[in-house]
Write a protein that binds this ligand. Structure first.
Ligand code: UGC
Ligand code: NI
Length: 168
């Protein structure tokens, strides 16, 4: 954190840095092998999808996210206690990923990551995150998450907003 005490700088999204919050979905460094007679490469098992808790089922949806401009105000966070949630852009566009550790049932200080074109994310179960933040232009994302009858959305508002800047 730098600048005022509620200013964040987005840092590059990497598997290592994001590991406490979930998976980075990307071909770089992924296990892969040729299939279909060598005409296709399968980048295999890129994220841990967990949506079966309490009878949940996997949903595949498309979110069309409107573009935000920096500085991005982070006023609230949410989480999905019963399942993971993956976002994979359908076009090679950057987007902003904001997550936070849990602090006694509320989101702690947020961490901002800039997903590069070609990257996606999979939030682990019950991880605090900000709803989709597209950048540059309205973009479509394939979203894989949990369907079921039980409530699976918890939201918390920060006492004061954080402001995310693109970079130092
Ligand atoms: N609410 C909803 O379906 N979207 C959020 O979960 C989100 O993370 O964007
Ligand atoms: Ni969500």
């Amino acid at each position: 954190m730098s600048g005022t005490d509620r200013t964040l700088f987005a840092r590059p999204l990497t598997k290592e840095a994001f590991a406490p919050f979930g998976d980075v979905i990307e071909t770089d460094g992924a296990a892969h092998f040729a299939i279909n007679g060598g005409t296709t490469t399968r980048f295999h098992d890129l994220a841990h999808v967990d949506v079966a808790t309490e009878g949940g089922r996997p949903l595949i949806s498309i979110f069309r996210g409107q573009a935000f401009a920096f500085p991005v105000e982070i006023r609230m966070m949410e989480r999905h206690p019963l399942g993971t949630q993956a976002f994979v852009p359908l076009q090679p566009v950057p987007f902003l990923v904001v997550v936070a550790p849990d602090r006694d049932g509320r989101p702690g200080e947020p961490q901002a990551f800039l997903a590069a074109p070609g990257q996606g994310v999979n939030y682990a179960c019950n991880v605090w995150h900000h709803p989709l933040v597209s950048l540059s232009r309205t973009s479509d994302f394939v979203v894989v998450d949990r369907g079921g009858e039980q409530p699976n959305l918890e939201e918390q508002t920060y006492p004061a907003p954080y402001s995310v800047l693109a970079e130092r």
